[in-house]
Design a protein around this ligand. Sequence first.
Ligand SMILES: [Cu+2]
Length: 122
Amino acid sequence: MTGMLQMRMMVLIGMLLLAMAKPALAHAILVESTPAIGATIASGPEAMQLRFNSRIDRARSKLTLIRADKTTTPLSIAPEGSDDLLLTHLDLSAGTYSIRWQVLAIDGHITRGDVPFTVEAK
Ligand SMILES: [Cu+2]
């Protein structure tokens, strides 16, 4: 009986140590974007930049344009920039939009989020 309890304690302690050994915040979160969340930009060609807190796998990351009517278009990610950056080019008419980002961090975790913004006619 006590042997069983000891084993359970050992397993519990082992799990606790594993949990503590995990590096904090290794997965990617968005730290900055241009346009920023909630920003208003002018219509026409515009570069978009999303910066993350860690290196990301650009080839396994995705950017999607979401329009007000919920239709979506995948955006191509430019190959240039540092490893914590995603770049794309927009050419939008007036309206409200959201860019959905999905990135794979070097720790193997996928994170995603939205950057909503408004485009005004020039
Ligand atoms: Cu992670």
